[in-house]
Ligand binder design. Structure first.
Ligand code: ZN
Length: 108
């Protein structure tokens, strides 16, 4: 629902330790849930100080990780999580990556 905030069940899901091998995990800046990095997308600061999705996760410098999920993006924008994670001093418009995140959310 518009404006609604529904806590996800990710925390419960995280309690399941069926993975024995060490998988590097990252924390989503939106919902703060942890996930293996291949399940998240990396967001970096672009050359014009905006945000951009680092689709190959190889860009140098600081990165923020987020689920390819519009809800997580909304939360991250609301909390200004990108500015904090990327140490951006000033306004930081998460809307610029919305189309990319939505696209990723749709295509997996
Ligand atoms: Zn998330």
């Amino acid at each position: 629902m518009a404006g609604g905030y529904a806590p996800s069940s990710l925390e419960e899901f995280d309690g399941c330790h069926h993975l024995d091998r060490h998988v590097p995990e990252r924390t989503c800046v939106g919902c703060r849930g942890k996930a293996p990095r291949h399940r998240l997308v990396r967001v970096v600061v672009s050359t014009d100080n905006g945000l951009t999705v680092d689709s190959t996760a190889t860009a140098p410098g600081r990165g923020a990780w987020i689920h390819p999920d519009e809800n997580c993006l909304n939360q991250a924008i609301k909390k200004r999580a990108f500015a904090r994670a990327l140490r951006i001093d000033g306004p930081c418009d998460g809307e610029t990556i919305r189309a990319q995140v939505v696209c990723l959310a749709r295509h997996g």
